[in-house]
Design a protein around this ligand. Structure first.
Ligand SMILES: [Fe+2]
Length: 317
């Protein structure tokens, strides 16, 4: 392996970095009844169908629903038509950058996939992700108008929603591709860092994704309750034996009966909600895009089928 191959996909490019203290300086007002934060759609059009169906069902009973796509809505859609469909449909809603979109909009030298994978992730996985990104970048290069729209998206958003200051991040409060709010970080004991980030941002809730495994954390910082919700992946299985994606749902109404985890945030419900997309249709499309032995098939097909090694009891910290 070359030095470049070792670095690409591991490092966190400088332009991914920001300061926690700047993230909530200009909160936007969100006066909807329900907020979906959808991280990691990963180019799955059937998951997008299902998220839109879920929103429509809530709208049909009078709720105003906002959809905020929290980056990495591209990944497996390395096909000219599907690339356009995913981006045009997602950008009809509201969206933020993930590292995938950043690298599609303006490829960085040496960033690879831009995932900033930690040491716990095997080199072969990182190299396959870098090659998936190269294939996706070749498709994106044919669509400069989509690249321009992606380049205009924000790296973070702060929304005043239901009296809570909700900070939507792709990675963590220091980097677009940070792993500081991952399952791995919480298991390793990152409570002091998380508390410091809440003090620096003054957020009540942080919602994130990027790291592909879901979690909910609740705690008290400086005399106020605070929460972190990482939705894992909207377009790919998360829990063991469960093919469904997950999104974060914040709402005035209570959590849906089928949510996999929820808690109360003041008058709001904060929940991780399943996205029960058409798995057989997605598998058929995925296999066309990424046949057996392709990089994405090796890295992800088993995960798409059977989920990660994570049970619902492992979601909450
Ligand atoms: Fe990401």
């Amino acid at each position: 392996m070359t030095d470049t191959a070792t670095t690409e996909g591991r490092t966190c490019p400088l332009h991914y970095r920001y300061r926690p203290g700047q993230l909530c300086s200009q909160p936007e007002t969100c006066d909807h009844d329900v907020l979906y934060v959808i991280g990691g759609l990963y180019g799955n059009p059937f998951a997008l169908d299902e998220v839109e169906r879920m929103a429509a069902a809530e709208q049909a009973i009078g709720r105003r629903v906002k959809l905020l796509f929290n980056g990495d809505f591209n990944w497996f859609n390395a096909d000219d038509e599907l690339f356009q469909v995913i981006n045009r449909r997602v950008l009809d809603h509201d969206a933020m950058l993930g590292n995938v979109e950043y690298e599609l909009a303006h490829p960085s030298d040496g960033a690879g996939c831009g995932c900033a994978y930690p040491e716990s992730v095997d080199n072969a996985v990182v190299e396959r992700s870098n090659r998936i990104m190269l294939r996706l970048q070749a498709v994106a290069a044919g669509h400069p108008e989509i690249q321009r729209r992606l380049a205009s998206l924000a790296r973070w958003r702060c929304l005043m929603f239901g009296g809570l200051k909700v900070l939507a991040l792709h990675g963590d409060p220091e980097s677009l591709a940070g792993w500081g709010l991952s399952q791995e970080s919480f298991r390793a004991g990152n409570q002091a860092q998380v508390a410091e980030w809440f003090r620096q941002t003054d957020a009540d809730v942080m919602v994130c994704s990027h790291t592909c495994l879901p979690l909910i954390w609740s705690g008290n910082v400086a005399g106020r309750p605070r929460w972190v919700l990482n939705n894992g992946a909207a377009g790919m299985a998360n829990l063991a034996g469960d093919y469904r994606g997950l999104i974060t749902r914040l709402a005035w109404s209570g959590p849906p009966e089928d949510c996999v985890a929820s808690l109360s945030g003041g008058a709001m419900s904060l929940a991780l909600v399943p996205v029960a997309y058409d798995q057989s249709a997605w598998l058929e499309r995925f296999d066309q895009l990424w046949p057996a032995h392709s990089d994405a098939a090796i890295s992800y097909r088993e995960r798409i089928l059977a989920g990660a090694d994570l049970s619902p009891s492992g979601l909450c910290f």
